[in-house]
Design a protein around this ligand. Structure first.
Ligand code: MRU
Length: 366
């Protein structure tokens, strides 16, 4: 994605300085564009846990590079044990996004059979890079596959802009490039199809308000910020043609965990006959869990609800308390939308019904 005319991925290394991994510290967006350097496993765990990076694909890619950084510090004598320990610690940093454990396992598998610690370190680097490249490529393909949905609606509306509602940030910032839910939107724009995006603010972290709206602005895609509770009303008015969201974990039976509030949007879309699509790379599928209710749902600090950070007139950031002192808050980060409410899943291999047989037909290796 382009920021002020310069192309950035959300995570990268430089070929001549591979001991440092660069990320964009998303806590400061959209007000400040801060690049952070990660050099240790500890840095990586903090970056994931405290949401310097977030979003399923980017969490996975960061975990891959975190394992590579762990390999640099691993002892030659206890290399595999050190790496297993690092993987366990990374997996505990955020529980819901499937991509995290998937990336850790991929590095452990790849390094496990290499002949020497030196070879294992090189393989860890190459595999982390592969995970990042694949994430960007899968998102690009999600765009190519999903654009037909927007095109059809555009034709039915005689070329009037297609109004798409999205929740949270399943954009470039949640992946390595392109995004999942945003990829079909960017592909539609590139194909000359008119779109307008309703952006849910997405309390309490406000990923929609702070990240998606900013990202769409950078890409010059018309968008309007709305409160989390406005979607149902807009749907009843006929102002929403399509919903596209991302997901942090999707069972192989089609149940979708995504940012808290997604389920309510799916219910409202269902009631108003509005297509509800979920965009995901296959690295987000959980091939073991049969039921969405078994997906681990992260609970974060209540202070994320009771306090809010914003920009002061003097350009500095300030965090303030919103509520009476002592107010108790419960902060579930994700909810599960049952497969029956989902029109389809947009993947890198094509669009598929949110049901076990169809998903396995598209991914027979699982
Ligand atoms: O808590 P986050 O910001 O890491 O949550 C992830 C998300 O941004 C959303 O749930 C998103 O829609 C899916 S991640 C591709």
């Amino acid at each position: 994605m382009n920021i002020n005319g310069k192309h950035y991925r959300t995570i990268w290394t430089s070929p001549d300085h591979r001991q440092t991994v660069y990320i964009i510290d998303q806590r400061h967006l959209p007000h400040q564009f801060v690049i952070e350097e990660l050099t240790t496993l500890e840095n990586t765990i903090t970056a994931i846990k405290d949401m310097h990076v977030r979003g399923a694909g980017l969490i996975g890619a960061t975990a891959g590079f975190g394992m590579y950084l762990a390999s640099l510090a691993a002892s030659d004598h206890t290399f595999d044990e050190d790496m297993n320990r690092a993987g366990k610690r990374l997996c505990q940093s955020r529980p819901t996004a499937k991509n995290l454990g998937w990336a850790v396992d991929r590095i452990l598998m790849a390094t496990g059979t290499a002949p020497s610690p030196t070879a294992k370190r090189e393989i860890a680097y190459q595999t982390a890079q592969e995970i990042a490249d694949e994430d960007a490529d899968f998102c690009r393909r999600i765009g190519q596959n999903g654009v037909s949905i927007i095109e059809q609606i555009s034709k039915a509306k005689n070329g009037q802009p297609v109004n798409i509602l999205t929740h949270c940030n399943a954009g470039w910032l949640a992946f390595v490039d392109h995004g999942s839910a945003t990829a079909p939107i960017y592909a539609a724009r590139d194909a000359g199809i008119g779109v307008h995006i309703w952006v849910d603010e997405t309390r309490p972290w406000n990923q929609g308000a702070k990240l998606t709206a900013w990202e769409l602005q950078q890409e010059k895609i018309p968008n309007t910020l709305i409160t989390d509770n406005a979607g149902g009303h807009l749907m009843q008015r006929g102002d929403v043609d399509l919903v596209i969201v991302g997901t942090d974990r999707t069972t192989h039976t089609g149940d979708v965990a995504n940012k808290i509030g997604t389920y309510l949007k799916a219910l409202a879309a269902h009631d108003n006959n509005i297509p509800f699509y979920v965009a995901l790379p296959s690295s987000t599928f959980d091939w073991e869990l049969d039921k969405g209710k078994d997906i681990p749902i992260e609970k974060r600090a209540g202070s994320e609800i009771t306090r809010i950070t914003g920009l002061k007139d003097d350009g500095s950031l300030e965090t303030v308390r919103l509520v009476a002192e002592g107010t108790q808050a419960e902060n579930y980060s994700f909810d599960v939308t049952p497969a029956r409410l989902i029109t389809g899943l947009i993947t890198e291999r094509g669009i598929v019904k949110a049901e076990r047989e169809a998903i396995h037909r598209l991914f027979p290796e699982h």
